[in-house]
Structure formats: structure tokens, C-alpha cells
Design a protein around this ligand. Sequence first.
Ligand SMILES: C[S@@+](CC[C@H](N)C(=O)[O-])C[C@H]1O[C@@H](n2cnc3c(N)ncnc32)[C@H](O)[C@@H]1O
Length: 224
Amino acid sequence: MRREALATYFDSTAKQAWIDLTSDVKVSGIRATVRAGRQTMRDTLVSWLPRDLRRTRVLDAGCGTGALALDVACRGADVTAVDVAGGLVEVAKERATGFIGHGKVRWRAGDMLDPSHGTFAHVVAMDSLIHYSPEDLVDAIEGLSVRTAYSILFTFAPHTRLLGAMHSVGKVFPKSDRSPAIVPVSETELRARLGRLTDWKVGRTQRVSSGFYTSQALELVRRG
Ligand SMILES: C[S@@+](CC[C@H](N)C(=O)[O-])C[C@H]1O[C@@H](n2cnc3c(N)ncnc32)[C@H](O)[C@@H]1O
């Protein structure tokens, strides 16, 4: 249900805002802080991947308009970029026209959790799991983990007072008026839930806060 709600939201209500946010067009002060924070987050995640990604399969899970997929392809990776919002995937494809890099990107509209995408060395899910409950988030990571050889990099919305309050306020609105809420997750709870992935351990973690953008990256690494 959540996946369907997100597809509708990112393909209609939020589509233009998302296109603007992920481009160079001028945006309001608040959105500019979000854009800057997201750039820092993308750079952080990409820096956690090996420098040389030639002949390496990477999944950009919930690719949106595709910036991370292209960054990773520049390093030589063979990228599969998937998003349930088909309209955003079309934008990503257009933006990639003329891309000259060592790697390549296969753009797919659909569920990033679909096993038919194949197996990967690394999976990156930037801000694509922030709308899911902690249970669903960890179920999604577990599903991806069986098809991943080395690392899974994802972000979650850390449970800060402000996010917690916004989440509660959001619940007051009637369902039809709500955009899919960002679900704040406590790091302690998340680590406890991830404990069931016995072949994996938590590696690096990095919180990025920039104005209205707060997100935390976490690296899961397969035990050697
Ligand atoms: C906040 S946006 C982030 C997009 C992109 N990763 C970025 O950082 O620019 C979240 C994206 O995740 C996608 N998404 C959420 N759940 C998904 C799923 N199960 N399969 C594919 N895409 C999903 C949404 O459609 C949306 O485009």
C-alpha cells in the first residue's frame, strides 16, 4: 500500500517539485538547504563505494531522477536504477541522454525489491526507505541482502524531536490531505532490528543536517 501511495505521490503531486529540487533551477531558501543537504548525502554514499567500480553491478534502489545512478556509472559501474514512479524514471532517462562515462545505466520503472532485477555487488537506497515503518524498512533491507554480495548503503530519517513532532502533526490531517509521511526511526531500534541479519554488520554511519533536510546514512557490510 505504501509503495502504491509513493508511486502516486512522486508521479503526480510531488513530481514537478522533485524535478526542480534535483535540477539547477532556482528554488526557495528552504528547498535550497534541502538540495545542499541531499548533495552532501549523495557524495557521502558514493564515497563509501569502492573507487573503481568497473565490472561491478550496483542497484540504485528508488533512483528518482537518477543523479546517484549517473555518479556511480561515472566510476565505471554497471548500474540498474529502479523507481516505482515511472514518470521520474522517464526524467532520469532524458537527463542521462548523452552521458559519457565508463559504466552504463539500465533504467527500470518498478519495485526496487523485485528479485527479477538480479544480483548486485552493492545496493544504494538514498532516501527511498524514509517513508516506510522500521519493520518494513528492515524487511526491505533483508530482501535486498540475499541478492547483494558486499554492501548495502541506505538512509533513514533519524528520530529527532522535530521530526517526531512533525510526524505526529501529520497524523492529525485526514488521510486524503497527507503526503506520505517521513517516518522517523530511532537508530537504537534500527540497529536492534538489523541484528537479525546475521551475515551482515553495521559499518559507517553519517548524519547530514542542512536546514529542513535531516537524513542519516548507514552502511551494512557482509561479514567476511
Ligand atoms: C525521496 S525520493 C529519493 C529519490 C532518489 N533516491 C534521490 O535521492 O534523489 C524516494 C524515491 O523512492 C521511490 N520508492 C519508494 N519505494 C520504492 C519501491 N518499493 N520501489 C521503487 N522505488 C521506490 C519513490 O518513488 C521516490 O522516487
